[in-house]
Design a binder for this molecule. Structure first.
Ligand code: ADP
Ligand code: MG
Length: 401
């Protein structure tokens, strides 16, 4: 796919409509984590420095009632953004209409404004109308009419066909912002044209969340390493006793067929050889390292063991691309974080393109102090997974003209 990027646009003197992802957590009117606001700064600064007039749009949460509108205004985000930029951010508390148009017409080069939460368009006159979320034709066209060019920098909603991404792209010249561009380069690179050998490390809670990713990666990867809660469904499918470990009974056949498929494609599928097992799902309890062949009926595996870390580290050697999705164990509890730390260390030491594609995996890398050791940490959650599955993301496809 040939996607135009922000640097290919003429910005100076133009009204630049920018779809950003300001879907930040807000508690009692206070933003508790402004990562997403900071992440949008490079694209915003680029437009302002190049003499564009920036019109920012974003969604925030879901709007299913009038009450939702009271707690999900983007006003606090405009205030926070203004602090980061050291510059006034004109906030218009509407999603369309005369006030919006007036503010746009008054914008000078290098200035910026923001309109209200795009999802306010999902609820009107006492009912859910989903104009934003169902990509209402007229709404997309209206927003497009506010700008000369459009920059989409919201990867988190790229897997959705909404008026504020796809709808607008259909009407004016569009390009990817820096954030979206990076996701396309890295995640898109894994899917379309990875540097080989490509090794995938998959973990996390459930097989069922990752079926699409595993299936897609079996066609592309040279090796697939499996850890986390999902490893036990595979181990059980191999006939091993997994005690009280996390099991998806209805995915046993699938696990078997995935293992067969990997074999027939010549993809090495690597499972842990030992686990950290406890009798209860908590940190402060007795635990032991045990071989995956010798688990007792009353214990559950909560992390991979040291022999598995060693095995995974050896298998990772020589990789040119590594994509990691899903922690190796219950990393939120100190006693079961070693597996995830071990894998982070192994990845960090590689001379390879290294990518994290998952919300909890990213949080783990952050919490354990490895975030800066990766080439790319995807910001998407659902969008990252769907992109890794090889699906076409509507928000990105709409930029391809
Ligand atoms: P991501 O968000 O990166 O895609 P997931 O949401 O699939 O990852 O999984 C993350 C969760 O998996 C974490 O909360 C972690 O505690 C849990 N997990 C990892 N290993 C195990 C295990 N052995 N048993 C139970 N839960 C596990
Ligand atoms: Mg998760």
């Amino acid at each position: 796919m040939a996607i135009k990027n922000i640097e290919a646009l003429k910005i100076s003197g133009k009204k630049v409509l920018m779809r950003v992802d300001f879907n930040v957590p807000i508690k009692d009117g206070v933003i508790t984590d402004d990562t997403r606001i900071r992440a949008a700064l490079p694209s915003i600064n680029y437009v302002l420095k190049n003499g564009g007039k920036a019109i920012l749009i974003s969604h925030l949460g879901r709007i299913k009632s009038e009450d939702d509108k009271k707690t999900k205004s983007l006003k606090p985000v405009a205030v926070k953004l203004s602090e980061h930029l050291g510059k006034e951010v004109k906030f218009v508390p509407f999603t369309r209409g005369a006030e919006v148009e007036k503010a746009v017409s008054e914008l000078k080069d290098g200035e910026l404004m923001m309109i209200e939460n795009t999802r306010f368009e999902d609820y009107a006159d006492g009912q859910e109308v989903k104009k934003e979320s169902k990509c209402d034709e007229e709404l997309g066209k209206y927003w497009a009419s506010l700008g000369d060019v459009f920059i989409n920098d919201a990867f988190g909603t790229a897997h959705r066909k909404h008026a504020s991404n796809v709808g607008i792209s259909q009407h004016i010249e569009s390009a990817a912002g820096f954030l979206l561009d990076k996701e396309i380069k890295f995640i898109g690179g894994v899917v379309d044209n990875p540097q080989k050998p490509l090794i995938a490390i998959l973990g996390g809670a459930k097989v069922s969340d990752k079926i699409g990713v595993i299936e897609s990666l079996i066609d592309k990867a040279d090796k697939i390493i499996i850890g986390g809660g999902m490893m036990f469904t595979f181990l059980k499918a191999m006939g091993k006793n997994i005690g009280k470990s996390l099991l998806e009974e209805d995915k046993l056949d699938l696990a078997k067929s995935l293992m067969d498929k990997a074999k027939s494609k010549g993809v090495e599928l690597i499972l842990p050889v030992d686990t950290i097992a406890a009798k209860e799902f908590k940190n402060d309890t007795e635990f032991r390292t045990v071989s995956c062949d010798e688990m007792a009926n009353d214990e559950m595996g909560l992390d991979i063991g040291e022999a598995s870390i060693k095995l995974f580290t050896e298998k990772l050697a020589g990789a040119k691309t590594v994509v990691w999705n899903g922690p190796m164990g219950v990393f939120e509890m100190e006693n079961y974080a070693q597996g995830t730390i071990g894998v982070c260390k192994a990845i960090a030491s590689l001379d390879a393109i290294t990518i994290i594609g998952g919300g909890d995996s990213a949080a783990a890398a952050e919490q354990l102090g490895f975030a800066d050791k990766f080439s790319h940490i995807s910001t998407g959650g659902g969008a990252s997974l769907e992109y890794l599955e090889g699906k076409v993301l509507p928000g990105i496809a709409a930029l391809d003209k």
